[in-house]
Design a protein around this ligand. Structure first.
Ligand SMILES: Nc1ncnc2c1ncn2[C@@H]1O[C@H](COP(=O)(O)OP(=O)(O)OP(=O)(O)O)[C@@H](O)[C@H]1O
Length: 710
């Protein structure tokens, strides 16, 4: 359940200590209570012998179990309140009065997973822009952009930011976190707390500093500040590496209100004496976890330390993912009485709920043939972003996918901007990118995300898949994985809360069929004037081919659609001209070695040599494997050589052992991992490395590693 509340950590810490033990049921009851009520409600709830405990780190709601401890909590609360001055627990309703009390949560699926969304019905909505302290000129600008209501993260945090609090904000990808800080900051500078205090005039130093992890993202956030800030007379500039200093220095010299940029270049400007951060009123760390993860902690600390009086500056930290280690680090940058608005909180699903999350087995060699068919079937004619793990594979893949372009850290900045602009404008529809495009990028009509292999950490999965399904739209994210690494899917599933749909690769025949119908339409549009010119050749062809007119026309359609033959594609590894077979023996097949021993009994050795990717089925009663299309008959006929043995061609892949989360900590994999047939399937060494990648990022020491790869 998302925590629709803002919490004050020191008080929450106190409360947390009091109630370590709690039941799930109590937890959810308390969460409900807090979602629906304010402190008033809390008092009422005492009558019901309920009380709440709030987790200091992320504002999650806890509950403890008795009246005795309830009294203790109240006492502690008062104590904490006395010590911290204004520290009080503020729930969603209290944040924005009754408007937020009615904050709408839309049910998304049967699992009861919830996505909070803004409403579109204009002024009638409890989150209507008009119900917030947003000036007319900004309201009009928002309306021009089609924004009439605030999204929940914006509604929840608006008053707190405007009224001067430091804040940690988390909401799923595409839920409007950028405007959650842009709007209250602009109001604060032009009509609020900092109206009188902010510097104005020629040569003025900036009042706002926004730090982001990538140049592309910096540009995007800068664009928002330009649009909305420009409307209220505030100027912005964007400072990032790879672009000339001169223009940036000129802008700073003339005077600027808002500086958006990446830590490296901001630091350079500070060191060159061209950027003065003494009078900054707002510091924003967007995609905070990524920035710290990339090893920018020292730079960020140095930059943030340049303000004159920290107590007079507001610091805001936003991301869709806030691992615990970031929350701890944030204590260094944010004030003690910071608020936390966490729309993900304890919810199982951390990734976007408006995205279909699919997984598909595919070997590395099969990718290039498979991806165009995936795009054909799933992109709905919109844009596709393909993520690779390395710069090299991004370039390589883009080189073999017609109509696509690569984007990664080795491409010079000016070119990166041209590529992104081309993708945004629809000049080309497929972008092959490294993680430089994983965070924050908001591009219209991205319908499909393809990840070529499971990313090393769950955060990367969440952000990459979140490039689609934004602002209430839906999208599809397809994760390709080497069949032998299927265990990494279970891991991602566990950590992201996503329940992956396992799909089979699109068959070339299906794709060709739809291309054929396009070709048929195109043919029916061809002018009759061509008939006399081609007629005699057509007649000649018909008589010499020995085919019927329909068959011949089918061939002509295939040619028009770009096909000269139709290959089969294996369900197991997506390799062309391979077919996936199922072996059963009327009893349990509990190891690949046993499956091979059965095959050896019914088939000659030369056929066995062609078997690829043998995997056990989840029910323990069979094994699936790929064979070259030409060998299929030999295998199917081979089943006659032994009683009870069946070998059949599969039309869809059954659940496989290791794909199923419920079998997560399986023992069987251990047994055959590393064996001859496993091909590293168990992959204990690799698995350890991958898991290490996931859990082992303590303090952002991975910067170089990441930078090299992107
Ligand atoms: N209140 C709103 N009503 C309608 N659209 C909105 C609203 N607020 C933001 N948007 C749009 O939603 C899209 C996503 O917003 P934004 O990029 O800020 O999301 P985000 O939460 O920061 O995502 P990510 O975590 O991926 O960075 C943008 O196109 C933005 O213009």
């Amino acid at each position: 359940m998302p925590s629709l509340l803002l919490s004050s950590p020191s008080e929450l810490d106190e409360l947390k200590k009091l109630t370590q033990k709690k039941s799930k049921k109590e937890e959810s009851m308390a969460a409900e209570l807090y979602q629906n009520g304010s402190l008033e409600d809390e008092k009422k709830s005492k009558k019901k012998k309920k009380h709440k405990n709030l987790d200091a780190e992320d504002g999650e709601i806890d509950d403890s179990d008795g009246e005795g401890s309830e009294k203790k909590i109240s006492k502690k609360k008062r104590k904490a309140s006395d010590e911290e001055g204004s520290n009080t627990i503020i729930d969603a309703a209290a944040v924005n009065g009754t408007a937020l009390k009615k904050l709408k949560l839309k049910k998304k699926d049967e699992d009861g997973e919830v996505i909070a969304r803004g409403e579109d019905e204009g002024a009638a909505s409890p989150n209507a822009v008009s119900k917030f302290r947003i000036s007319k000129v900004l309201r009009e600008k928002l309306k021009l952009k089609g924004i009439e209501s605030l999204f929940p993260i914006q509604a929840m945090t608006f008053d707190s930011v405007l009224d001067g609090s430091d804040l940690v904000g988390r909401a799923r990808t595409g839920q409007g976190k950028t405007l959650a800080f842009v709007l209250p900051i602009l109001e604060s500078l032009t009509n609020g707390k900092y109206k009188a205090a902010r510097k104005t005039g020629y040569g003025r130093p900036p009042s706002v500093l926004v730090l982001l992890p990538t140049r592309e993202l910096a540009n995007q956030v800068y664009a928002d500040f330009e649009v909305y800030g420009g409307a209220v007379g505030l100027s912005a500039c964007c400072l990032y590496g790879g672009s000339p200093y001169r223009a940036q220095e000129l802008a700073l010299k003339r005077g600027i209100d808002i500086v958006v940029g990446t830590p490296g270049r901001i630091k350079d400007h500070i060191e060159r004496g061209t950027l003065d951060l003494k009078f900054v009123k707002f510091r924003i760390l967007d995609e905070a976890d990524e920035m710290l993860n990339m090893g920018f902690v020292d730079d960020v600390e140095l930059i943030l330390g340049k303000v004159e009086d920290v107590s007079k500056v507001q610091t805001l930290l936003f991301s869709a993912t806030l691992p615990d280690w970031v929350k701890k680090i944030s204590a260094r940058f944010l004030k003690h009485d910071k608020k936390t608005a966490d729309l993900v909180g304890n919810e199982k699903l951390k990734a976007s709920a408006s995205v279909r999350h699919l997984v598909l087995p595919c070997t590395r060699q099969a990718r290039v043939q498979l991806i165009p068919d995936i795009i054909h079937c799933y992109s709905r004619g919109g844009r596709t972003i393909i993520f690779t793990e390395t710069k090299e594979s991004a370039s390589e893949l883009a080189g073999s996918l017609p109509g696509s372009r690569a984007l990664h850290g080795d491409i010079v900045q000016a070119q990166r901007e041209v590529i992104l602009a081309g993708f945004r404008s629809g000049r080309f529809l497929v972008l092959v990118a490294t993680n430089v495009a994983a965070r924050g990028l908001d591009i219209q009509d991205v319908q499909l995300i393809i990840q070529c292999e499971p990313p090393r950490d769950v955060e990367a999965y969440i952000h990459r898949s979140g490039r689609t399904g934004r602002a209430g739209n839906t999208g599809v994210a397809i994760l390709l994985y080497e069949p032998r690494y299927s265990y990494s899917i279970s891991r991602l599933e566990r950590e992201s809360g996503v329940k992956f749909e396992h799909i089979s690769p699109p068959q070339p025949a299906d794709v060709a069929e739809s291309a054929g119908s396009d070709a048929a339409k195109a043919i029916s549009n061809i002018s009759d004037s061509v008939i006399p010119v081609f007629q005699s050749q057509a007649e000649q062809l018909l008589s010499s081919s020995g085919l019927s007119a329909v068959d011949l026309l089918a061939k002509a359609l295939a040619k028009a659609a770009g096909y000269t033959d139709i290959k089969q594609r294996s369900l197991l590894s997506s390799i062309e001209n391979y077919v996936t077979l199922l072996l059963q023996a009327g009893k349990t097949i509990d190891s690949p070695a046993f499956a091979f021993s059965i095959l050896r009994r019914v088939l000659p050795n030369e056929n066995i040599g062609g078997v690829k990717g043998l995997s056990l089925t989840a029910d323990g009663m069979g094994a699936v494997f790929d064979v070259p299309a030409d060998d299929v008959n030999a295998f199917v006929e081979g089943q006659e050589n032994a009683n009870m043995v069946t070998i059949e061609v599969l039309k869809s892949l059954p659940p496989l052992h290791g794909n199923d989360q419920s079998r997560g900590g399986d023992t069987r994999r251990g047994r055959f991992g590393g064996g001859r047939f496993s091909g590293g399937r168990g992959g204990n060494g690799n698995s350890g490395r991958r898991n290490g990648g996931l859990h082992g990022k303590g303090n952002g020491g991975g910067r170089n590693r990441f930078n090299k790869r992107w």
